[in-house]
Design a binder for this molecule. Structure first.
Ligand SMILES: [Zn+2]
Length: 254
C-alpha cells in the first residue's frame, strides 16, 4: 500500500484517461493521493476529484507561477474551500525564482497571505521552492508552529536540518532516481525516515527507468527503492514510512 502525497490529476495531461487512471489506482496498490491545486480553476477541479474518489484528498492554494490570476477574491476562496472535509492542506504555494524573477515581491505577498491562512485554519502547507531557498526558509520561519512539507526538496542538507528541527517534512520525487544526484543523497543522509514524504508530482518528473513517459502515482515504488538503496533499508520499509508519514502530517486516519 502506498501514498502519493503530491500528484496533479487535474492537469490537462490526464484529460484523455483521467477516470481510468484514477479508478485503477487502488488495484495497483495506491491507497492514498493528495492532489494540490494551483489557482482558481485547478482548486475547483481538485476539490471535485476529491469528492469523486474516496482515496483522493485535496490541497487548495495559489502557486507562485499563477500570480497573474491572484486577485482580491483569491484568499477568501481558498479559505472557503479549505473548510471542506477532504481538504487536508494549503498548497501548492511558495516561491519560484526559476520561472519568474520579475515578481518576487508579489510572490512573497501571496505566500505570506496563504501561510497566515494556514496558521488560522491549523492546516499544514505544501511548499514549492524553486531557486528561492533562502526566501522560502525566511518566510516559513515567520510562523512558529507552522508545519508542512517542502515539496520536491531541492535545498541543501544544511537547510534541511533547520527545517527538520522545526518539524517540517521533506518531499522526494523522481529526481532522486536521476544519475549523479549527489545532493539528494546528502539530504537523505540527514533526513530521518519518519520525515520523508513520497511524491510523484505527476504528470511531471517521471522517475528512472520510466523517464520520458507521463508520470502517475504507480511510479512511487521507483522513488522508494532509490531512497531505500541510499539509506540502506528495504523498499517496503520506505513505502510503509511514506504512508504513515503522509497520514500523520495531513491528518488522514483511514
Ligand atoms: Zn506540484
Amino acid at each position: 500500500m502506498l501514498f502519493d502525497t503530491h500528484a496533479h490529476y487535474d492537469s490537462a495531461s490526464f484529460d484523455s484517461d483521467r477516470k481510468e487512471i484514477l479508478q485503477n489506482l487502488p488495484a495497483q496498490g495506491v491507497q492514498l493521493v493528495v492532489n494540490p491545486g494551483c489557482e482558481r480553476v485547478s482548486n475547483a477541479a481538485v476539490l471535485a476529484l476529491s469528492n469523486e474518489y474516496s482515496y483522493v484528498y485535496a490541497a487548495v492554494g495559489w502557486h507562485p507561477e499563477e500570480w497573474e490570476s491572484w486577485d482580491a477574491l483569491s484568499l477568501a476562496e481558498i479559505e472557503e474551500m479549505a473548510r471542506q472535509p477532504k481538504v487536508v492542506a494549503i498548497g501548492e504555494i511558495g516561491l519560484d525564482y526559476y520561472w519568474d524573477k520579475e515578481h518576487k515581491e508579489l510572490q512573497k505577498e501571496m505566500l505570506h497571505a496563504q501561510l497566515k491562512l494556514a496558521m488560522k485554519l491549523k492546516l499544514p502547507v505544501i511548499i514549492h521552492d524553486r531557486e528561492a531557498h533562502e526566501d522560502c526558509l525566511n518566510a516559513v520561519s515567520c510562523y512558529p508552529g507552522l508545519r508542512g512539507v517542502f515539496h520536491c526538496y531541492s535545498g541543501s542538507a544544511e537547510m534541511a536540518q533547520i527545517l527538520l528541527k522545526d518539524g517540517w517534512y521533506l518531499g522526494f520525487d523522481g529526481p532522486v532516481t536521476y544519475k549523479n544526484n549527489k545532493k539528494a543523497a546528502e539530504v537523505l543522509a540527514v533526513t530521518p525516515l519518519d520525515r520523508i514524504l513520497l511524491e510523484t508530482d505527476s504528470p511531471y518528473m517521471t522517475p528512472v527507468p520510466r523517464r520520458g513517459q507521463r508520470n502517475d502515482s504507480t511510479m512511487i515504488p521507483y522513488i522508494a527503492a532509490k531512497i531505500a538503496e541510499i539509506k540502506g533499508l528495504s523498499t517496503e520499509e520506505v513505502l510503509q514510512a511514506g504512508l504513515e508519514n503522509g497520514k500523520r502530517i495531513f491528518g488522514i486516519s483511514k
